[in-house]
Design a protein around this ligand. Structure first.
Ligand code: AHM
Ligand code: MG
Length: 343
């Protein structure tokens, strides 16, 4: 594809390959790229401008809908992404990790006969935010669904509560040693690296695939003994085969490393928290969609996560994701353990 180097050029060139494409999704993806640049700029200045630390509301630390302390950058990233998405005419509603309900987007107030957009966006504006104060990578994760409810009215919960297999696009932004935007519309996974001197994302990783040979397993060591039976057995086998452990505490960074170098990410449910920690709509589902496109598999204990029907906007799920071969071995270990010790 000659000349398709920037994110915008690439997205538009790819759109031309779909008969009947209107350009609406391309517009939405490039808007997400714009918001990512704004957040990236803020993250890079964080240490200098006194914006690290917990967000204060009326002199008290604030918490999000899930009772977790919000960092200042969490709030900035949420404001930025939701503002940019609300101004995109293609968006009919948003669910953000940082806000309790659906953020309704009604363009009719902007005149010119515009109503409600045909896409809804699920977003974790700043994932892994406990890494912020210690200058370690963080990310943004997003998933885009086509609405199911009539476009004559506001978006409804059923628009968001769709299985990951029905996403029309998903992706993440990794704010690391360089900033990358990785996305898929169901035709492969493509990665773009941000050049801050030009202010553009450039295609750097076309058609990303999980390597067949895995080098890494990623899990919070503190949960290994509390994980469902089988996870520990699988980790034992990884260790005996000479794999190494890597875990940053930022899902995007861990997923990205495993996608490039070959690895399996595990955040199991535990006895105390059988549902795990990670959120289905804006953490697990988008990564499951990307993993599938990159030759991977994603599971939540006993099911293929791609096909799981979500029931709540902020639902949590166990998450295991990586190359299909490695995931088959993990599944095998979990199934064998279940036979030995039914739950
Ligand atoms: P957050 O959305 O509140 O930042 O939490 C999600 C993060 C993931 O990025 C990461 O994989 C996980 O939480 C780490 O959790 P833990 O500290 O329990 O290992
Ligand atoms: Mg998160």
């Amino acid at each position: 594809m000659i000349g398709a180097n920037t994110l915008q050029e690439f997205v538009v060139a790819r759109q031309a390959e779909f008969a009947g494409a209107t350009g609406d999704l391309s517009r939405l993806l490039t808007d997400i790229g714009t918001a990512a640049k704004m957040v990236n700029r803020h993250i890079n200045r964080a240490g200098l401008s006194g914006i690290l630390g917990a967000h204060q509301s009326n002199g008290n630390g604030s918490t999000n809908v899930q009772g977790e302390a919000q960092q200042k950058l969490d709030v900035y990233a949420d404001d930025t992404f939701t503002r940019v998405l609300q101004s995109c005419l293609k968006v009919g509603g948003i669910v953000s990790e940082e806000q309790p309900g659906i953020i309704h987007v009604d363009h009719s107030k902007r005149g010119e006969g515009r109503g409600y957009g045909k896409y809804v966006v699920c977003i974790d504006p700043l994932d892994g935010s406990s890494n912020i104060d210690v200058n370690i990578s963080v990310g943004t994760i997003f998933g885009i669904h086509r609405r199911r409810s009539p476009l004559t009215g506001p978006a409804t919960a059923e628009d968001f509560l769709q299985p990951a297999k029905d996403l029309v696009a998903a992706g993440y932004v990794l704010y690391g040693s360089s900033t990358m935007l990785v996305y898929s519309t169901g035709c492969g996974v493509h990665g773009f690296t941000y050049d801050p001197s030009i202010g553009e994302f450039f295609l750097s990783h076309p058609d990303m695939k999980f390597p067949e040979k895995i080098k890494v397993y990623s899990i919070n060591d503190a949960y290994i003994n509390r994980a469902i039976p089988g996870v520990k057995d699988y980790i034992k086998s990884c260790r005996s085969e000479g794999l190494t452990a890597r875990y940053t505490g930022a899902l995007v960074a861990d997923f990205h490393r495993n996608l490039i170098q070959g690895g399996v990410y595990m955040y199991p449910g535990t006895v105390a928290k059988p549902g795990g920690k990670l959120r289905m709509l804006y953490e697990a589902q988008p990564l499951a969609f990307l993993a599938d496109q990159a030759g991977g598999v994603t599971r939540c204990h006993h099911h293929d996560l791609l096909h799981v029907q979500p029931t709540e906007l902020h639902q949590r799920t166990p998450l295991f994701t990586g190359h299909a071969g490695a995931m088959a071995r993990l599944q095998d270990a979990i199934e064998q353990a279940a036979v030995r010790q039914p739950m």
